[in-house]
Design a protein around this ligand. Structure first.
Ligand code: SF4
Length: 295
């Protein structure tokens, strides 16, 4: 049952969740936000200044390394609920200056993400997002909107691995064709805020041929690449790589002409890694759904 407050315009109402602090590490604090209908999402405050928010209760993309979409999608968060995560963290005594829609969910699947951005910018907050890239029509639109960073998660060099690791997102050919078409239309300033992400998974995206194929696709775009380390996710079909393998992959991509940024130390902490946030609530399947595995 949706409460009327959720249907009010974003500017009028934040749907304040009950906030519970779930886990604190050296640099990060993970919060669990409980909404009145039983939906629960997580948010992480990195280094005290950057708040990573969830956009959906679950996720339809279903990446097999990720806890967030492992039990499907319950529903998107509404504008007031996006704002509510920020207000609840503020009410708990924190003052984030930057927001990123990089938690549970695919922000391009969320209708209220654009109005939330407008609200956040009105508050003087810098706001960025991470997306698996689809729908491509929305990616085109978002590339041109004001943002403090738009990162497209790629995680593969071949179509076969992309289909396994990011199953319900655009294939590489149309994704890179869209980026190649839109990037020249962006201002230099906006292009600087656009990046790709590549997650290193053992016996999958860490393979030399995947890294080389990714580099061949990415180099003509001239975008920087965030090279993500993966933190353990219970029940996930994939694992991260050793530090030595991470540094080898970093050097390999750089040698092929890419500008590569390493995961920050905050991102490498147990509660800061890619894909570790867990949703709960009505509509999520009771069991982890079947995961695509290596052939
Ligand atoms: S990595 Fe992102 S897009 Fe993929 S299932 Fe997790 S939340 Fe969804």
């Amino acid at each position: 049952m949706i409460r009327p407050v959720h249907r009010l315009p974003l500017a009028q109402s934040a749907a304040l969740p009950r906030l519970e602090e779930a886990e604190t590490s050296v640099q990060n604090r993970r919060f669990r936000a409980h909404f009145p209908d039983g939906a629960i999402v997580e948010a992480v405050l990195y280094r005290g200044d950057t708040l990573c928010l969830s956009t959906q209760v679950g996720c339809a993309v279903g990446c097999p390394f990720c806890a967030s979409g492992a039990r499907g999608l319950s529903r998107p968060l509404r504008g007031g609920e996006l704002r509510g995560q920020v207000e609840a963290v503020r009410a708990a005594g924190h003052a984030p200056t930057k927001l990123t829609l990089s938690g549970i969910g695919e922000p391009l699947h969320v209708a209220d993400a654009a109005s939330f951005f407008a609200w956040a910018r009105g508050e003087g907050l810098k706001v960025s997002l991470t997306t698996s890239g689809g729908p491509l029509s929305r990616l085109r639109a978002w590339l041109h909107r004001p943002h403090n960073g738009l990162t497209v998660s790629v995680h593969a060099g071949s179509e076969a691995l992309r289909a396994r690791l990011v199953p319900r997102a655009p294939a590489l050919e149309p994704l890179f064709a869209t980026l190649a078409e839109e990037l020249p239309r962006l201002s230099a300033r906006r292009r600087k805020k656009t990046a790709l992400a590549y997650l290193l998974l053992r016996d999958a995206s860490d393979a030399a041929e995947e890294l080389d194929a990714f580099a061949a696709r990415a180099r003509p775009l001239g975008l920087p690449v965030h090279l993500y380390a993966h933190n353990p996710v219970p029940g996930a079909a994939h694992e991260g790589v050793s530090r030595a393998a991470y540094e080898e992959a970093y050097a390999r991509l750089r040698a092929r002409g890419l500008v590569v940024r390493m995961s920050s130390t905050a991102r490498r902490e147990a509660n800061g890694g890619c894909g570790t946030l867990v949703p709960a609530g009505p509509g999520l399947s009771a069991r982890r759904r079947a995961l695509p595995r290596a052939p």
